[in-house]
Write a protein that binds this ligand. Structure first.
Ligand SMILES: Nc1ncnc2c1ncn2[C@@H]1O[C@H](COP(=O)(O)OP(=O)(O)O)[C@@H](O)[C@H]1O
Ligand SMILES: [Mg+2]
Length: 425
């Protein structure tokens, strides 16, 4: 059975004209009736609350998606190999490996629509789910964003700039490209990298052989990028619905420590013109790549106001967690709306906010902090909103949660973060 003919099992309403008049009327909501002949029929399916959303992956992104969607009346089932995974604590869970076809088939059976919370979805599983269920995000965007070279070409095709790059197939090609770009530059594996893993910043020519040999072990293509001396890193999360509606969230200014996101500051401290442009680029990418659901766009901003896209993620993003309390619609609600074919929510920022990540080493001081009256918060007039993901082991550098510090201005939020001493490095 193809995705297009999958029959509704919950609140799924086909808007492609396939339903009879009675079935269309049964939905009882204006605008849900099938299009009559002669009208341009919308292609997309609308999945109404009451339906079940299946998530490939059961980590924190799935958990926050399920929390947002449950509030709207959706049900969730996640597939994740770890028993009692973060999402499994707030939704049903199928405990199985991600590439377990039988488990994926079970997920398809129990879901009206399927999404994913990480981009390294097994291609075979993705194809099978597309066959047996409704996957509005498709597999093309996954295929593109799983590979840095494909991703860069797609961004360029959407008319957006990336840092100058070159595909590297041998140590000689690396030497030649380093000569062209100048030092330093960044060698990256095309697939599988995250939190700075799978990268080597080449600072001297003598590092070339070792950098090449080390990253070659990953058995994937390599890409060399010019080092961008950015002033700031920004990110913009865009959402696109199957009907083609696009909305962006306000740009975040991101601060990394040891290649892991530490802070997202919103509003980002850059000119209005730069922020509008960053948001425009993200919308152009969402449109150009035909994304459905969320797409996170990471950018470098240089001192002279130039923007380069660094990389994409076709899912909710850590730098969008600030939206949970600070925007009229959170990124998680927006993702649910987009994949379910609902109109997208208003992304207006309600308050300045700084999101600070809670890693394994921050858990103990944080738990001490939350148990007592927060005089620093009162003094700075901030409201820190604690989010923890229910992970069992607080390993060093592991993302355990985050805090959205709502404030009158971002300086007050930053002052609170520094006074708590939780994040002293
Ligand atoms: N071409 C570059 N120029 C300067 N800094 C870079 C470049 N590429 C990556 N970085 C730095 O390394 C970080 C991680 O790189 P990124 O490509 O985003 O990989 P990851 O998948 O680990 O997030 C970036 O956020 C940025 O701080
Ligand atoms: Mg990144």
């Amino acid at each position: 059975m193809s995705a297009a003919d999958k029959q509704p099992s919950g609140g799924l309403i086909s808007l492609n004209g396939a339903l009879g008049a009675d079935e269309g009327a049964a939905c009882g909501i204006d605008g849900c009736a099938p299009a009559s002949a002669g009208e341009t029929a919308p292609q997309a399916n609308v999945i109404l609350p009451g339906s079940t959303i299946g998530i490939l992956g059961g980590g924190q992104l799935g958990r926050m998606m399920a929390n947002a969607g449950s509030a709207m009346g959706y049900r969730f089932v996640a597939l994740d190999p770890t028993p009692d995974a973060p999402c499994g604590q707030v939704a049903e869970q199928i405990v199985a490996a991600y590439d377990d076809r039988e488990a994926a088939r079970e997920l398809a059976k129990r879901s009206d629509v399927i999404t994913y919370e990480f981009e390294n979805v097994d291609a075979g599983v993705a194809a099978m789910l597309m066959q047996e269920s409704y996957v509005p995000q498709g597999s093309e965007l996954l295929y593109t964003t799983q590979h840095r070279l494909r991703e860069k070409r797609a961004i360029e095709a959407a008319g957006v700039k990336v840092a100058p790059y070159s595909e590297i197939r041998s140590v000689d090609e690396l030497r030649e490209a380093v000569g062209r770009f100048g030092l330093p530059c960044v060698l990256k594996t095309a697939t599988g990298g995250y939190d700075g893993k799978g990268q080597w910043v080449i600072r001297g020519e003598e590092e070339i052989p070792e950098a090449y040999e080390t990253l070659s072990r990953a058995k994937t293509e390599l890409v060399l990028e010019q080092f961008i001396r950015f002033e700031k890193e920004l990110s913009v999360i865009a959402a696109r619905s199957p009907q083609g509606e696009v909305k962006t969230f306000p740009a975040a200014e991101n601060v990394h420590v040891d290649n892991i996101l530490h802070l997202s500051i919103v509003p980002a401290r850059a000119s209005e013109a730069v922020l509008r442009e960053a948001e425009r680029l993200a919308a152009a990418i969402a449109e150009g790549l035909g994304a459905v659901g969320l797409i996170a766009v990471e950018l470098f901003l240089t001192a002279d106001g130039e923007l380069f896209v660094n990389e994409l993620a076709p899912r909710p993003h850590n730098s969008g967690h600030y939206t949970m309390e600070a925007c009229r619609t959170s990124q998680f609600e927006q993702h649910v709306r987009a994949i379910c074919g609902l109109p997208l929510g208003d992304t207006t920022l309600l308050t300045p906010v700084v999101m600070v990540n809670v890693l394994g080493e921050h858990i103990e001081p944080l738990l001490k902090h939350v148990a007592v009256a927060d005089s620093a918060a009162a003094r700075h007039g901030v409201a820190p909103k604690v989010h923890l993901y229910g992970k069992h082991e607080a390993k060093h550098k592991r993302k355990m949660g985050h805090i959205n510090v709502l404030a009158e201005n971002v300086d007050a939020a930053l002052a609170w973060i520094s006074e708590t001493n939780i994040w002293r490095v």
